[in-house]
Design a protein. Structure first.
Length: 192
């Protein structure tokens, strides 16, 4: 518990220094008919795998990465915090994209400033999830996620994971719906 508390403090300090709305300026314009979409270039992440066995923040059920990732070939993981304005602004778009792509890929939220002891920001996170219309799984950090989450320097951070749990790449900062959708399409096409 002390280690998790120290991690949360370190994480909060890092977020204060780096600002939770760091923009990703690496975009690739793609022409599609009359509309221009922008797919974000996925950067290499500091971790190779994101494994977990923790609780779903909404119903308390155990969620295991090995089983979760095997449901679909790709999982979009969005690490966010209850304190982060850009995270909360992005969530309704993620909810809409989940509804559109839920038959093709998994979506997973990681609420970094909560914990599996259910004593830190859980009710606030649950309210944000409900108010945003999010219907995909959101998990809470615990000792199985500490090392991986310590490498994330700003919120929101989004990355893609294959069915074996290997991270394919990601980006830091709030993404607009069209860019995120173009990136999802690109990841799906590249990982058939």
């Amino acid at each position: 518990m002390k280690k998790l508390f120290k991690l949360l403090i370190l994480f909060t300090v890092a977020l204060t220094l780096f600002a939770c709305n760091k923009k990703n300026d690496e975009t690739k314009a793609e022409k599609t008919g009359d509309a221009t979409t922008s797919a974000m270039k996925l950067s290499e992440m500091q971790i190779e795998k994101f494994d977990f066995k923790t609780m779903n923040i909404m119903d308390g059920k155990i969620v295991n990465s090995e089983e979760f990732y095997k449901e679909k070939p790709i999982t979009l993981v969005n690490a966010w915090g209850t304190f982060c304005g850009p995270c909360k602004e992005e969530m309704p778009d993620l909810a809409k994209l989940y509804e559109k792509y839920k038959d093709k890929i998994n979506f997973l939220g990681v609420v970094v400033d909560t914990n599996a002891n259910m004593d830190t920001n859980v009710e606030e996170a649950q309210k944000i999830i409900k108010d945003s219309g999010v219907n995909y799984t959101n998990i809470m950090p615990n000792p199985t996620t500490e090392e991986s989450l310590a490498t994330i320097t700003a919120m929101p951070t989004t990355f893609f994971v294959n069915s074996e749990g290997k991270i394919l790449g990601g980006f830091v900062g709030k993404a607009d719906k069209d860019s995120l959708e173009a990136t999802i399409e690109k990841v799906i096409a590249e990982n058939k």
